[in-house]
Design a protein around this ligand. Sequence first.
Ligand code: HEC
Length: 296
Amino acid sequence: MWWVLALASIAAVAAPAGPAVAPVVAAGQSFSWTRFLAPFHMVVLHFPIGVVSMAALLEVWNWRKPSAELRRVVQFALTVAVLASMATMAFGFLRAEGGDYDPITLARHRGWGIAAGAVTAIAWGLHRLLLGEPRRGGIVAFRLLLFVALMCLVIAGHHGGSLTHGTTFLTENAPNAIKNLLAESPETTAVPGSPAASASREATEAKAVFAHRCIACHGPEKQKGKFRVDDREMLLHGGKSGIAAVVPGDPGKSNLIRLCTLPKDNDDAMPPEGKEPLDAQELMALVKWIQAGAPF
Ligand code: HEC
């Protein structure tokens, strides 16, 4: 049963890489297959990525040194890739159900993921035909499909990463030159006392409040109300209510300030019931940050 061992060790290695996925089962909550199986998306997704990459590498070899035996190996790898893609998609649908993910990023991740699976399946079918009757045109088409499948996987993976780690996950520590290139807000290296310097102080103070009081429910792990505070775009946009949470320059029109100043026992108050309301200093930090144009 070597494969059971192999799977178990892969699960052990891969599982801590993802965030705690399924909500912890509260006492009295009944067992659910969906909740149990959904996190396995994070385990099986490594197979299509690894195996399609391997098939592409073997194909490079095949191009340098064509061999009928290697064709059969590529076919076997593609069969594994197709089966793994189907498992990944099935677990992915389960996982999407429970998490309050950002709907746009989720739709992109789902779309590119399905495209990757579909293109891999078409490549598998075409390659099977080529096994019997290798034609040059067919081989070129197959290589193109394999490349497209790989690209779809990379893009799907990127959106998947944004879902669980936030959109600035890869670039947050990048040099400013790269951030500029990607049009992400570069860190302001302003002279102390200049307007830019105080804008960044407001950003630092607001971010501290978000990190202490909001991010547990509105961050990489959970997106309650489909809202998160670790990404400026989503922060301004607001969540499932469709109301802009932050109107830069106008705290009075910002839904976020309204929610944070509601009486403690109001159903919509933020942070919600059971949590300490923001104190005057924290609230002031958010108000000043919005007045400063909500720099991030
Ligand atoms: C214990 C979890 C929790 C914490 C902590 C929390 N929230 Fe929320 N938040 C929620 C939930 C749940 C909703 C969805 C409420 C609803 O839709 O009825 C929500 C919704 C919101 C919304 C509305 C999103 C929309 O447009 O629908 C905003 C804005 C918001 N929270 C801001 C904050 C801010 C700012 C903080 C920190 C000061 C914070 N929240 C802390 C749980 C939390």
